[in-house]
Ligand binder design. Structure first.
Ligand SMILES: Nc1ncnc2c1ncn2[C@@H]1O[C@H](COP(=O)(O)OP(=O)(O)OP(=O)(O)O)[C@@H](O)[C@H]1O
Length: 229
């Protein structure tokens, strides 16, 4: 395997609450990995450690840039360095899209490019291109409240992909959707990721959502407990 993300011996607690107790995991370049498991088992904590949002109490989390093969030990970096790396290398999709409510769809999608220092005109052009690609061009000027749940989630996918990230992290990306919208969102996410060779790590409760992944793993009581299929 050619891992883009590796964690080894990860332990993480919140006060007395032990979320992860000794997790080892490699995620291959281009792989779509689903993390499943019961509520409170440690799935989101694992996703956040893989993404450098949280640091572990023990163990290491490493990111290897697939273009340069340079590695960064996320668990050893400070918050500012991890934030910079997240912005340049990773994209994020959350359960409720988390679009900014006062910005139109196209402004939401252009935001990561503006944060990365792109001129507004370039950022907007790129954002429109992504919305077109997702069949959302007619909705570009709408506010998130004027979109359906599935449309809003596809805008969130465009926002995650607009910076051409190496890895996309998705936490319950279909959790708030009906089954038809969930299927459309997963089809969009997996087709676009495969086309660009982007690695995807997603947390889900839903077996139908996990079925779009190349591999499913299960977290139970803070440990990996074997394959789901
Ligand atoms: N920020 C936090 N502060 C305190 N405790 C936390 C925090 N984040 C997670 N925990 C605790 O760590 C454990 C694992 O939580 P985590 O969110 O990783 O589980 P999960 O499998 O993603 O759950 P769910 O499916 O319900 O989202 C839980 O006992 C939870 O209460």
């Amino acid at each position: 395997m050619n891992p883009v993300l590796s964690v080894s011996g990860i332990e993480r607690s919140f006060g007395m609450d032990v979320a992860l107790r000794g997790v080892d995991l490699d995620v291959a370049q281009g792989e779509i990995l689903a993390i499943m498991g019961p509520s409170g088992s440690g799935k989101s904590t694992l996703l956040h450690i893989l993404a450098g949002v949280l640091t572990p109490d023990a163990g290491t989390a490493t990111y290897r840039d697939p273009a340069t093969s340079e590695t960064a030990e996320l668990s050893a970096l400070g918050e500012a360095a991890r934030a910079k790396l997240r912005l340049s290398e990773f994209g994020f999709i959350f359960q409720f899209g988390q679009l900014l409510p006062d910005l139109s769809a196209v402004d939401n999608v252009s935001l990561p490019l503006l944060l990365a220092g792109q001129p507004r005109k370039v950022a907007l052009r790129q954002a429109r291109r992504w919305l077109e690609r997702l069949g959302l061009d007619a909705h570009a000027q709408k506010l998130p409240s004027e979109l359906s749940g599935g449309q809003a989630q596809r805008v969130a996918i465009a926002r995650a992909l607009v910076t051409a990230p190496k890895v996309i992290f998705a936490d319950e990306p279909t959790g708030a959707l009906d089954s038809l919208s969930a299927e459309q969102v997963m089809l969009t996410l997996t087709e676009l990721s495969r086309a660009s060779g982007t690695t995807v790590v997603l947390v889900t409760h839903d077996a139908r959502t996990a079925a779009y992944a190349d591999r499913e793993i299960v977290v139970r009581d803070g440990k990996l407990s074997g394959l789901a299929r």
